[in-house]
Design a protein around this ligand. Structure first.
Ligand SMILES: Cc1cc2nc3c(=O)[nH]c(=O)nc-3n(C[C@H](O)[C@H](O)[C@H](O)COP(=O)(O)OP(=O)(O)OC[C@H]3O[C@@H](n4cnc5c(N)ncnc54)[C@H](O)[C@@H]3O)c2cc1C
Length: 281
């Protein structure tokens, strides 16, 4: 909103946005070289978040149109890891054959937003928009994945937590997400309490064959927190309650306090563990 003499408060529209140059690189190398020199470069992936952000005042120095970067598309298994191109849309990722390498991932990915959003919104844009209600960070965190960036200074791999901390190199491009394919890795995703909370569970076996697990909880306002599970007990409720004892005391938001999130998180986790156990039986 801005105020105009004699007219009062006027809502901002696209016509208020100052003009800016657009560059459309054909390769990642060209993109990072252009981003190193351009004034205020802002990548455009699907535009689903960016267009709204610009209308709310996000400045654009130079728009970097990513859609010609075929290198950033697609999902494949590469050297023991699932590799997801940053420009892969949610719709493409959810039906990609390689996504089935992690049971439960395709179903979880198919739930992100409505179809109109899933057709344009990308894995990379979801992470880089850094909205707590967006879910790719939850999925990447629970699966122990990393995000790979390229800039004129080289490449860097960041955890999702480091992305929340804005630790990526300046003027860099998120190129791919990488998830190590541990033995028996599978995902259980629970959105039943959204928008209050969303919770993911990953189970796998380590090199010694020992059962491992991690749960991740996030809310509308709080970025994901990961809790490692002690799976030596056999009772789902006990495992879940013990895990949530480690939930940080400051993990609380205006919609739900820490106590409620601990109780709800443990209840959801017990249900997820039981569901996975039943699926294996
Ligand atoms: C109405 C609506 C409902 C939604 N519902 C959900 C939901 O339920 N669950 C969910 O998880 N998500 C949801 N989303 C988010 C959606 O799934 C998209 O992932 C998200 O909007 C961004 O994707 P995009 O590809 O369009 O990114 P853009 O809008 O193009 O970009 C978003 C930001 O990321 C930056 N960026 C994009 N790509 C890169 C890159 N490769 N490297 C560096 N920076 C980059 C851009 O500069 C921009 O700052 C919703 C979005 C909308 C608008």
């Amino acid at each position: 909103m801005y105020e105009v003499a004699q007219a009062g408060l006027i809502a901002a529209s696209y016509r208020d946005i100052p003009p800016f140059p657009v560059i459309a690189p054909e390769s990642v190398d060209d993109a990072v070289a252009a981003m190193a020199d351009a004034e205020g470069p802002v990548p455009y992936a699907g535009g689903t978040d960016l267009c709204g952000a610009v209308r709310e005042g996000k400045p654009i120095g130079t728009l970097v149109w990513l859609k010609r970067l075929g290198e950033l598309r697609g999902v494949y298994v590469d050297g023991g890891a699932l590799s997801i191109g940053a420009l892969t849309t949610h719709a493409e990722g959810a039906v990609a054959g390689a996504t089935t390498a992690i049971p439960g991932l395709a179903e979880a990915w198919s739930k992100l937003g409505k179809m109109r959003i899933r057709l344009s919104g990308t894995a990379g844009g979801n992470l880089m928009a850094r909205h707590t209600r967006y879910e790719m960070s939850i999925l990447l965190t629970v699966l122990g994945g990393t995000a790979h960036f390229a800039s004129a200074d080289g490449v860097a791999a960041l955890t999702p937590a480091e992305i929340w901390d804005r630790a990526e190199p300046p003027r860099s491009l998120l190129t791919r997400l990488s998830i190590p394919l541990a033995t028996g890795l599978r995902l259980d995703y629970d959105r039943s309490l959204r928008p209050l909370m969303t919770q993911a569970l990953a189970l796998w076996r380590d090199g010694g064959g020992k059962a491992r697990g991690r749960t991740v909880i996030a809310t509308e306002y709080l970025p994901p927190v990961a809790l490692d599970l002690d799976l030596s007990g056999s009772e789902a409720k006990g495992i879940a309650a013990a895990a949530f004892e480690a939930l940080p005391a400051d993990f609380a938001d205006p919609a739900s306090g820490n106590g409620w999130l601990c109780r709800a998180g443990a209840a959801v986790l017990a249900r997820q563990l039981a569901r996975q156990e039943a699926a294996r039986a």
